[in-house]
Write a protein that binds this ligand. Structure first.
Ligand code: SF4
Length: 504
C-alpha cells in the first residue's frame, strides 16, 4: 500500500522527451563501438578541451574510454590532476556518513539491507541515538555529514527531517583548543521521493541530495531490482534529481554502483544524466560518486558479478569522469582501501570520508570499545552493514597521510552558507574562481581542526601545510586584488585567537 502511494507517474512523465528517457542503450553502445580507433591527436585535442574546463560530449568521452595505449593513459592521468588543481586546487574535503536505519522494503541483489536478507539485524536510530552518534562524529572533528536511510515507511521523510534537525542541534566542546564540535552541513542519501517530500527536506536545511542510479543499463537494472518493489521502477529513480531541482534543492549528486554492469557503459550513463540535468536546469550535479561493489551480507551476487571492476580499470574510469565533467566534485568513499584511494585522489577526486562507521549505531559502539581498549582493532560486522569498508582508519590518521602528501584537508561549508550553490557555484567552478575561495576556507577549517582535534603528530605535519598554503595565497595575484587578502589574514588571526566558524 505504501509502495503504491510513493510513485507519482506525472512526476516522471514531465521530464520525458517524446515519451522516452535520456538513456538510449543502443546509442551508448554504438558510440563506444564506433570510437575504438582514435589517434593520439584526437585524444590530445579532447584533453585540451578538458583543460579549458569544458564539459565533454558523449562522443569525446567514448573516445577516451576506448584508449588502449598505456602512454596515452599516463597523459590522461596527468591531465586529470591538472584539471583538478585548476578547479579545486590541492585540497580534499572530508565528510562522514551517518546510517540511521537499515529497514528496507526493496530487495536489491547486491545489498545487505535488502528485505529478504534474514541475517541482517534491523535497527532504526531514535532521536537520542542520532544525537549520540553525531556527538562521536563531531568529537572526531567532522563538520559535514552524509545522512543515509534505507527505503521504508519507518524512515519516511518525516523521520528524515526529525533526524536532520536532531543532528544539527548537537554542539560539543572540542577535545583540545577553544572550539566546539558541530555539524555545519548535512547532505542526504535517500530513496527517490516526490517533489512535495523533497521540498520538506529543502525546508529543513539540507545541503546536497544524493541518489545513485546504481546501473544505467536497463536489463541489468531490471534483473537486480525485482519488479513490484519501489526500486524496481527505473524511471522513478532516473528522475529523482530532476524532482529535487524542481523542489528547490539546487545541489544534487549522482552516482553509479560499479560492478553491476560494464564500467564504460556506466560512465556514459553518468555523462548522459549530467547532460540531461544541464538541459533541463542549466546546471549539472554538484558531485559524482562511483562506489565499487564490495561483498555484502547474504549476497552471492556482490562477490561474484562478472562486471567487478579491478583497480586499473577503476583508476581509468575516475580519470575519464574527471576529464568529462571537469567542474564537478568527485567522491571516493571509504569502500576503497588506502592505496587505491590515494591513486584516484591523484587523478582528480575532491572528497572522501574517514572514521567511517556504516553499522547502525556504529560510531557509539566504536567509542565504547575504544574507551575499554585504546588499541581496539575495528572489526566489521557485515550483518549490520550494507557493504564492506576498505578504509577503517580514523580521520586524524587519514588527514596526516594527506598532509604528508602536501594536500590540505578541508571541512569548508562556506559556499552553501554564502549562497554559492546551484548555478552560482557552477559558474564560479567553471571559471576556476570557486577554488580560490575554497583555498582560503580550507586554511581556516584546517586551522580549526589542528587546534581543536588533531593529534600532536598530525598538528606537526599540518603546520607545514598551512605555511605552504599561506605562501601560495600571499603570492597569488587573485588574492592581492582589492581587500581580499587583508580580509582573509584578519579572519585567520581571529581563528588562531579561538573564534570559530569564520568563513569567506
Ligand atoms: Fe534498500 Fe538501498 Fe539496499 Fe536496495 S540498495 S536494498 S534500496 S538499502
Amino acid at each position: 500500500e505504501w509502495t503504491a502511494q510513493v510513485i507519482k507517474q506525472d512526476e516522471i512523465d514531465r521530464y520525458l522527451k517524446n515519451g522516452r528517457d535520456f538513456i538510449d542503450e543502443e546509442e551508448i553502445k554504438s558510440l563506444l563501438q564506433n570510437n575504438r580507433k582514435s589517434d593520439k591527436t584526437r585524444v590530445r585535442d579532447i584533453l585540451a578541451k578538458s583543460l579549458a574546463i569544458e564539459r565533454l560530449g558523449p562522443e569525446e568521452t567514448a573516445v577516451l574510454l576506448n584508449v588502449r595505449d598505456d602512454d596515452l593513459w599516463e597523459e590522461m592521468y596527468e591531465t586529470g590532476l591538472k584539471v583538478k588543481q585548476k578547479v579545486y586546487d590541492n585540497r580534499i574535503v572530508f565528510f562522514a556518513p551517518l546510517y540511521c536505519s537499515n529497514y528496507c522494503v526493496n530487495s536489491c541483489l547486491y545489498c545487505g539491507f535488502r528485505a529478504e536478507n534474514s541475517h541482517e539485524k534491523r535497527r532504526r536510530l531514535t532521536m537520542e541515538e542520532v544525537k549520540q552518534e553525531t556527538e562521536v562524529m563531531v568529537t572526531e572533528g567532522h563538520k559535514r555529514m552524509m545522512i543515509v536511510y534505507g527505503e521504508h515507511p519507518l524512515s519516511d521523510v518525516n523521520y528524515m527531517c526529525d533526524t536532520i534537525r536532531a543532528a544539527y542541534e548537537v554542539k560539543k566542546p572540542a577535545p583540545r583548543g577553544t572550539g566546539f564540535g558541530q555539524i555545519r552541513r548535512i547532505n542526504v542519501n535517500a530513496a527517490p521521493m516526490s517533489i512535495a517530500d523533497l521540498h520538506k527536506l529543502w525546508e529543513v536545511g539540507i545541503g546536497t541530495y544524493q541518489v545513485f542510479q546504481e546501473t544505467y543499463h536497463k536489463p541489468s537494472y531490471a534483473s537486480l531490482h525485482p519488479a513490484g518493489t519501489l526500486k524496481g521502477n527505473y524511471r522513478w529513480r532516473l528522475y529523482a534529481l530532476h524532482r529535487a531541482m524542481d523542489a528547490g534543492i539546487d545541489d544534487v549528486a549522482m552516482g553509479a554502483l560499479f560492478g553491476l554492469y560494464d564500467w564504460r557503459f556506466e560512465v556514459m550513463g553518468l555523462l548522459q544524466h549530467t547532460i540531461d540535468l544541464e538541459n533541463h536546469f542549466g546546471i549539472g550535479p554538484h558531485t559524482i560518486s562511483f562506489p565499487r561493489m564490495t561483498p555484502a551480507s547474504g549476497s552471492d551476487f556482490s562477490a561474484n558479478s562478472s562486471y567487478l571492476v579491478d583497480d586499473s580499470s577503476f583508476k581509468k574510469l575516475v580519470t575519464v569522469l574527471r576529464l568529462a565533467v571537469p567542474y564537478t566534485g568527485l567522491i571516493v568513499t571509504a569502500r576503497e582501501a588506502p592505496g587505491i584511494k590515494k591513486e584516484v585522489i591523484k587523478v582528480g577526486c575532491t572528497q572522501t570520508d574517514a572514521s567511517t562507521r556504516i553499522g547502525i549505531g556504529g560510531y557509539t559502539e566504536t567509542l565504547k570499545a575504544l574507551q575499554e581498549r585504546e588499541d581496539y582493532p575495528y572489526e566489521q560486522d557485515q550483518d549490520i552493514q550494507q557493504f564492506t569498508l576498505g578504509e577503517t582508519r580514523r580521520l586524524d590518521a587519514v588527514m596526516r597521510e594527506f598532509a604528508e602528501m602536501g594536500m590540505i584537508s578541508s571541512f569548508c561549508t562556506a559556499g552553501y552558507r554564502c549562497g554559492r550553490t546551484g548555478d552560482k557555484i557552477m559558474g564560479l567552478l567553471k571559471s576556476c574562481k570557486e577554488g580560490k575561495f575554497c583555498k582560503l576556507n580550507a586554511v581556516l577549517t584546517f586551522r580549526e581542526y589542528l587546534d581543536d582535534f588533531a593529534s600532536p603528530a598530525t598538528k606537526k605535519v599540518g603546520e607545514k601545510v598551512i605555511a605552504k598554503e599561506m605562501e601560495e595565497i600571499r603570492n597569488e595575484p587573485f588574492f592581492k586584488k582589492g581587500t581580499l587578502l587583508a580580509t582573509f589574514e584578519e579572519m585567520l588571526r581571529r581563528t588562531e585567537a579561538g573564534e570559530r566558524d569564520v568563513y569567506i
